[in-house]
Design a protein around this ligand. Structure first.
Ligand code: NAD
Ligand code: GLY
Length: 349
C-alpha cells in the first residue's frame, strides 16, 4: 500500500492499494467523519463495485444514497449536472454531507463539479476505477462538465477530501480503457521525467501499484506548486489542446486517453519539424504508445482540428498555449496565435 499527500489549499491523502474498496467506510470515516453520503457512479461501475462500496460505507455507519449515470463522456453534461444537484436537494443533503465519486474520469469530473456547486460547495471523495482516473483525474481538484462548444468549459477547482484507489478494480477494465490510462501515464514521463518514461517502457500493468504512486507523486508535486493552473500545472496539458479537438471532431467516438496519445504525437512531430526536438524522440514516443495499444494518428485535417481547438479553455485572447516537447522529459509552453493554429497543427499531421 502507498500513501501520497497533496498539499494544496486543502491537504488530503491519496491511498493506493489492493482491495481497499472493502475498507472505504473506514477511510471515509477518518477523512470526513460519519455523514450522509451520495455515491455517484455509472451503470457499468454500479453493477461491478457499488454494492461493495455501499456495504463498506453502511457497515461503518454511513447513511448512503446513490445516483447512477449512463457510462460515457456524453454524461459529463449540464443536464446530468442539474439532475444530480436536484437529486441531492430532493434528498436533503446538507453542507456537512459528502459525495463519493466511484468510477472513471467522467464520474469524477461530474460528481466533483456537483460537489463544488451544491450549496456553494460540499466535500467529496474520489474512488477512481479506471487507470486514467487513478493517475490523473481523481487528483488535483479539476472538476467540470462539457458544453456544446467544447470540453470542460464549465467547471471549478474543488479539491477532494480523500482519494482511495483500489487498483484491483482495474482488472475488469476493457483493454482499450486500460490503454487510455496508459496515455496519461506516459505523459508524466514525457513532460519532465526521462527515467520515469524508461521505467514505463518495461510495462505498466506488471508494476501497477508503483506506477500509479509514481504518477500521483508527480501530480501532487505540481498541484502543490500551482493549484490553479497559472504556471507549471499547464505542463499536464501536453497533447490536450489537439486531443480535445480530436475527441470533439470524432463526436466522442475517440476516447480521451486515445485522443491525448494522438495529440502528444502531433505536437512532438511539430517540434521535430521546427527543429526543436530530435526525430528519434518522436519514434520512441510512438513506440511506447503503440506498445500500450494506443493510436498515434487520426484522419482529421488541420483546419477541422484548429476550428475546434480555438474554443479550448487554454486560449487567452488571440493566442493559445501549447506544451511542446523538446525531447522526452523536457517540455515547455509555447504561445501560438489563433490565426496560425491551423498551419501550426498541419506541421504535425
Ligand atoms: P470514463 O469515466 O468514461 O470510463 C471509461 C469506461 O470505463 C466507462 O465506460 C466506464 O463505465 C468504464 N469503467 C470504469 N471503471 C471500470 C472498471 N473498473 N471496470 C470496467 N469498466 C469500468 O473515462 P476515463 O478514461 O476514466 O476518464 C475520461 C474523462 O476524464 C474525460 O472526460 C476527461 O476529460 C477527464 N479527465 C479529467 C481530468 C481532471 O484533471 N479532472 C484529467 C484527465 C481526464
Ligand atoms: N489533467 C490536467 C490537470 O489536472 O491539470
Amino acid at each position: 500500500m502507498r500513501t501520497v499527500k497533496v498539499n494544496a489549499s486543502t491537504s488530503y491523502d491519496i491511498v493506493i492499494g489492493e482491495g481497499l474498496l472493502d475498507s472505504l467506510g473506514e477511510y471515509a470515516k477518518n477523512a470526513v467523519g460519519i455523514r450522509r453520503v451520495c455515491v455517484v457512479t455509472d451503470d457499468t461501475v454500479d453493477s461491478l463495485y457499488a454494492k461493495k462500496a455501499t456495504d463498506s460505507l453502511t457497515a461503518s455507519g454511513f447513511d448512503c444514497i446513490k445516483f447512477v449515470i449512463e457510462h460515457g463522456e456524453a454524461s459529463k453534461s449540464t443536464e446530468k449536472l442539474v439532475a444530480l444537484v436536484e437529486f441531492l436537494a430532493e434528498n436533503r443533503l446538507t453542507r456537512s454531507d459528502v459525495i463519493i465519486a466511484l468510477g472513471g474520469g467522467v464520474v469524477g469530473d461530474l460528481a466533483g463539479f456537483a460537489a463544488a456547486v451544491y450549496l456553494r460547495g460540499i466535500r467529496f471523495i474520489q474512488v477512481p476505477t479506471t487507470l486514467l482516473a487513478a493517475v490523473d483525474s481523481s487528483v488535483g481538484g479539476k472538476t467540470a462538465v462539457d458544453l456544446v462548444a467544447g470540453k470542460n468549459l464549465m467547471g471549478a477547482f474543488h479539491q477532494p477530501s480523500l482519494v482511495l484507489c483500489d487498483y484491483t478494480t482495474l482488472d475488469t477494465l476493457p483493454p482499450e480503457t486500460f490503454s487510455d490510462g496508459c496515455a496519461e501515464v506516459i505523459k508524466y514521463g514525457v513532460i519532465n521525467d526521462r527515467p520515469l518514461f524508461d521505467e514505463f517502457k518495461k510495462g505498466i500493468r506488471a508494476n501497477i501499484e508503483n506506477i500509479i504512486a509514481e504518477c500521483v507523486i508527480r501530480k501532487a508535486d505540481i498541484v502543490g506548486k500551482d493549484e490553479f493552473d497559472n504556471g507549471c500545472r499547464q505542463l499536464l496539458n501536453l497533447g490536450h489542446t489537439v486531443g480535445h479537438a480530436i475527441e470533439l471532431c470524432s463526436r466522442l467516438a475517440i476516447s480521451h486517453g486515445s485522443a491525448v496519445a494522438i495529440g502528444m504525437v502531433i505536437v512532438t512531430r511539430i517540434a521535430v519539424r521546427l527543429g526543436l526536438c530530435p526525430a528519434s524522440e518522436l519514434d520512441e514516443l510512438i513506440a511506447a504508445l503503440k506498445a500500450e495499444g494506443l493510436p498515434t494518428e487520426c484522419s482529421f485535417s488541420a483546419e477541422e482540428l484548429a476550428a475546434v481547438a480555438t474554443a479550448d479553455k487554454k486560449r487567452s485572447g488571440d493566442s493559445i498555449s501549447m506544451i511542446i516537447p523538446y525531447g522526452i522529459g523536457n517540455c515547455k509552453p509555447m504561445k501560438i496565435s489563433v490565426n496560425e493554429l491551423s498551419t501550426f497543427i498541419a506541421k504535425g499531421l
